[in-house]
Write a protein that binds this ligand. Structure first.
Ligand code: MIC
Ligand code: SF4
Length: 638
């Protein structure tokens, strides 16, 4: 029976369950990654499990998000993470070493392996034939303790790539084209597996760009075959032995096939405020630009940054534009320095930022009020830049530089011939910021700063609950709406009582106070509730505020798991009409919750409107156990 690539990797790692779409299976996890903003909570949970040294083949703890040290909080977190890594056998990537996904691709990703990361863009490593999945920190903690990862067997979509990208058109434009067609919820419950003749025309970093932004489709992950180009790239990275050729069998079955002719794509741009609000650049060319940001885990390859350097060489950034460049890793920074691309950037007036997430997560470099920002990043949700009314756009590095030079949105094809960028025979491997753990870390003392507070938990699920609808929201609510990031709030990631004050702040600044005053309640939402990041704080902080359940039309995958893991029920309306008629402040009551969980259908009494409606609670057996225990930490501990 021929198999697709996704099923091959899942089958090799299957420890429980059957490989049938929709059924729950447990797979073994070879590698894990965490980043600092989700990592502290992940490691606090790992510590609470008393599991000893990590059981994975490789686990890496990166510091890349919270690098703006404007007080003791972030450096304390870094110190905590460093001590935990040494104690439990985890590689520690120090601040400045680069963005987790870029560094992981360069140094550790391996075809055919499984990777679990507490960051939604973990699928970047799918560019190298790895099954890499973004999850909440709790799932990563369990994987480090040697427990399998459970997921619903996804549907597999074959993306049949044809042709070759035209000059000035990039992998970023290709994934924006998929977003344009399929939308930010088009990939929920699916893996995007790339194949066809167009694959060999793409380099590993180009494949990584596409796999990275598969997260914006809502996909479980994306995966490319490991072929000659993978071997070539690994060889240049000094990792030839990490290669393993891997591809789908001929005639392998797929749930769906999408064709993408690379030669027909043109430069594209996502307009505010969603990655699927995509238009051809030429349609919006001429609009004034205030700020341009280049970098992030989406577009930090050598090719990306050297192209930027060459386009800036001998030219000047438009006087009305502020251009910021954050190289994704030490390796890239070293190479652009050696090739004097960095000099060209500085000469043109670019501001060089640290190798970190930086502006992508609102850690500095926010645009001015109402400012138009062009970013080579992957998310342009409202307010994510740190400026509430900024107009954030997503595009390729080529479009970004062209626009920075002209001061208006510009199709890069107006710049003449694209520069040629050659690959080095061997990439430099800077190791000064990568710390390997000692063989025995049992004596290492774990250092905790005053901002690091214990993780709150809640009691086991009661049989009846009652509370008001504290907030009613629409479709595609992002985790940036629920638990905003940015330089002021991110330093509170290790302190749940403090960060919960900001829950839903961009949507309703009074939400947290209201939730506290009423001792908790319900949230109602539309489709794709919780899209975006893996941040557990978007479940953990609402749990702390007493949220019992979120009743929505549908949920994004990672957020749905995070809600269950922290004892909040993800319920779905059976009838759309009930979403419409259930209003803010309505008082809801559920009795017989335990029976309802077993049957999958729960009756909710709207005491204000004096009517009853049905909601679905479709949980696997394992999830049901977690829900009953009031969260996964309670269950693991017991
Ligand atoms: C993001 O891009 O939104 C983040 C910040 O990397 C998040 C993780 C977090 O919130 O810490 C993600 O993508 O999961
Ligand atoms: Fe960092 Fe942005 Fe990538 Fe998230 S999307 S990991 S914030 S660079």
């Amino acid at each position: 029976m021929p198999k697709n690539l996704t099923y091959k990797i899942l089958e090799e790692h299957r420890v429980e369950g059957r490989l049938i779409a929709g059924e729950s299976i447990g797979v073994s996890v070879d590698q894990t990654l965490t980043q600092d903003a989700t990592g502290t909570v992940a490691y606090l949970q790992f510590e609470a499990m008393n599991a000893g040294r990590v059981q994975t083949e490789l686990s890496v703890s990166y510091v890349d998000h919270n690098t703006l040290q404007s007080g003791f909080e972030n450096p304390d977190d870094h110190r905590y993470l460093r001590s935990v890594a040494a104690r439990y056998g985890i590689i520690f990537s120090r601040p400045g070493n680069g963005i987790c996904h870029q560094v992981h691709l360069e140094r550790f990703a391996r075809p055919g392996k499984t990777l679990l990361g507490s960051d939604s863009h973990t699928p970047t490593a799918g560019g190298m034939g790895m099954l890499a999945i973004g999850v909440g920190g709790q799932d990563v903690a369990c994987a480090m303790a040697g427990l399998p990862f459970f997921l619903a067997v996804p549907q597999v979509v074959r993306v049949e790539l044809k042709g070759e990208l035209q000059p000035w058109v990039t992998a970023k434009d290709a994934i924006l084209e998929l977003l344009r067609r399929l939308s930010v919820k088009g990939g929920v419950g699916k893996v995007f597996e790339y194949g066809g003749g167009g694959v060999e025309t793409l380099s590993v970093p180009q494949r990584a760009t596409m796999a990275n932004m598969g997260a914006e489709l809502g996909a479980t992950t994306s995966v490319f075959p490991a072929d000659e180009r993978t071997l070539d790239w690994l060889t240049r990275q000094g990792r030839r032995d990490d290669d393993r050729p891997l591809r789908a069998d001929d005639d392998a079955p797929y749930d769906e096939v999408v064709e993408l002719d690379l030669s027909k794509i043109e430069p594209l741009i996502a307009l505010p405020h969603s990655p699927d609000n995509v238009r051809p650049v030429r349609e919006v060319a001429g609009r004034t630009v205030d700020q341009v940001c280049i970098g992030s885990c989406t577009n930090s390859s050598l090719h990306d940054l050297c192209t930027v350097g060459e386009l800036l060489r001998g030219r000047a950034v438009h006087p009305d534009v502020s251009l910021g460049i954050s190289p994704g890793s030490q390796q890239i920074l070293q190479l652009i320095t050696e090739r004097s691309a960095l000099e060209a950037m500085i000469g043109a007036g670019a501001r060089i930022l640290e190798s970190a997430c930086g502006p992508c997560i609102g850690m500095g470099f926010s645009p001015p009020s109402g400012g138009v920002s062009l970013r080579t990043f992957n998310r342009n949700f409202e307010g994510r830049t740190g400026t509430a009314d900024a107009l954030s756009h997503l595009c390729s590095p080529e479009t970004a530089v062209a626009s920075a030079l002209k001061g208006v949105i510009t199709d890069p094809r107006d710049l003449g011939r694209p520069p040629a960028v050659d690959e080095p025979d061997s990439y430099p491997v800077p190791t000064s910021l990568l710390i390997h753990p000692p063989a025995d870390g049992s004596e290492v003392e774990i250092v905790r700063g005053p901002n690091i507070k214990p993780i709150p938990t809640r009691d086991a699920l009661p049989d009846s609950v009652r509370g008001n609808v504290l907030l009613k929201v629409g479709d595609n609510i992002t985790t940036d709406h629920i638990m905003p990031a940015g330089s002021k709030i991110l330093p509170l990631r290790s302190n749940i009582p403090a960060i919960s004050e900001y829950v839903f702040q961009p949507v309703d600044p009074d939400f947290a106070a209201r939730a506290k005053q009423q001792g908790g309640g319900f949230i109602t939402g539309g489709e794709n509730y919780g899209q975006g990041s893996s941040r557990e704080h978007a479940a953990l902080a609402p749990m702390y505020l007493g949220i019992i359940a979120v009743i929505a039309r549908s949920f994004a995958r990672i957020h749905r798991s995070n809600l269950i893991n922290f004892g909040i029920l993800p319920l779905t309306f059976v009838s759309g009409n009930d979403y419409e008629r259930t209003g803010l402040n309505d008082r809801l009551q559920i009795t017989g919750l335990h029976d309802g969980l077993n049957s999958g259908t729960i009756s909710v009494r709207n005491l204000t409107g004096a009517y009853e409606f049905q909601v679905r609670c479709e949980l696997s057996d394992r999830e049901r156990e977690i829900a009953r225990a009031g969260g996964r930490l309670n269950m693991v501990k017991s």
